[in-house]
Design a protein around this ligand. Sequence first.
Ligand SMILES: NC(=O)c1ccc[n+]([C@@H]2O[C@H](COP(=O)([O-])OP(=O)(O)OC[C@H]3O[C@@H](n4cnc5c(N)ncnc54)[C@H](O)[C@@H]3O)[C@@H](O)[C@H]2O)c1
Ligand SMILES: O=P(O)(O)OC[C@H](O)CO
Length: 313
Amino acid sequence: MTIAILGAGAFGTALAVALSANGPVGLWGRQASWRRENPRLPGITMPDNIDVTDNLTSVLTADTILLALPAQILRGFLADHGARLNGKTLVSTAKGIDISTLTGPSALIAEACPESCIAVLTGPSFAADIARGLPTALTLACASGIEGPRLQHALSTPVLRLYLTSDIAGAELGGALKNVIAIAAGIVIGAGLGDSARAAIITRGFAEMTRLAGRLGARPETLTGLSGLGDLTLTCTSPQSRNFRFGLSLGAGQPFDRATTVEGAATAGAVAALATRIGEDMPIAAMVARLAEGAVSVEKAVENLMTRPLKEE
Ligand SMILES: NC(=O)c1ccc[n+]([C@@H]2O[C@H](COP(=O)([O-])OP(=O)(O)OC[C@H]3O[C@@H](n4cnc5c(N)ncnc54)[C@H](O)[C@@H]3O)[C@@H](O)[C@H]2O)c1
Ligand SMILES: O=P(O)(O)OC[C@H](O)CO
C-alpha cells in the first residue's frame, strides 16, 4: 500500500509523521512552502521519508489517499480534483457535516469518487499528541471486509492503535457532533457556569448525538466508542481543542481568531437544519448554532435551555 495525505494542516501533518514509522508518505498542501517543520505544528521535525509538496500530481501516484481537509472545504476540493481520486482507496478524516448538502464527508466522497473504496478515520486525537508519538487509539470505519482490515494494519503503528468497524455513519457522525457539543461545553466554562453544568451539557449533548445518529442509521455501540463518547470526552475537557476554546471565548465574550479551524461552528448549523428536516429535537445543537452566529446571548441561551418543559431522562 502506498500512502499520501492531502491537506498539510495540523492533522494531515501529524498523520504523516505517525505513518512514516511504517514507510514513505506523501504529504500535499496547497501552500506547503515549508519542508521540515510545519508552522501549524511547531516543534515537530518531519522525518526524511515524508515527501512534503505543493504538487498534487506528484502525490497522486499513491493508491491510498487520506483526506485531511476541513469538512467545509472538502466539497469544493472534490469538485476540482475528485476525478483524479476516483478509484483509489480514500480515507476521510474530517469531523463535520457539509453545510450546503447536510451530508458528511463520506457521502461527498462517494458522490465525487463512485469507484473508490471509502473509509473514515476518527476518534480522540490531538494532532500535537499524535505527532509527538503519544499513544492514541482511533476508530477506522470501512464497509469493505477486505479493504477494512488491510487499512487497519497499514495505518496502525506501535503508538497508533486502530479499532475497526463497518459503521461509517456512526463513526463519522460521532466525530462531527462532538465538535458541536464541545463548543457548548466551552461556552459553559467560559461563562463561569461551573463544572456541574458542563457535565450536564456533555451528558444531554451525548443524548442528542445518539438520537440523531440513530435516526441516520448509526449503531449505538459506535456512539459509545472512541469516535463518539471517547472524542466527546476529550474535546469537552481539554483547552487543546479549538472547538472548546471557541466556546470558551463565546462564553467569556472575548474575540476569537476566525481563521482557526472550528468544525463545530458550521456543523452546528448543519445539524440544526438536519434535525429540523427529520423532525428530531436537538436543543443544544440548535442553541450552539445560534450562539455561533451571534443570534442570541449566552444568558438567553441558558435561560431557554433551562426552562424547557420538564421531561423524563
Ligand atoms: N488538529 C487536530 O488535532 C485534529 C485531530 C483529529 C481530526 N482533525 C480533523 O482534521 C481536519 C483538518 O483539521 P486540521 O487540524 O488539519 O486543520 P488546520 O486548520 O490545521 O489545516 C487545514 C488545512 O486545510 C488547508 N486548506 C484550506 N482550504 C483549502 C483548500 N481550498 N484547498 C486545499 N487545502 C485547503 C489549509 O491550507 C490547511 O493546511 C478537520 O476536520 C479536523 O476536525 C483535526
Ligand atoms: O481541536 P479540535 O476541537 O478540532 O479537536 C481536535 C480533535 O478532533 C480531537 O479529537
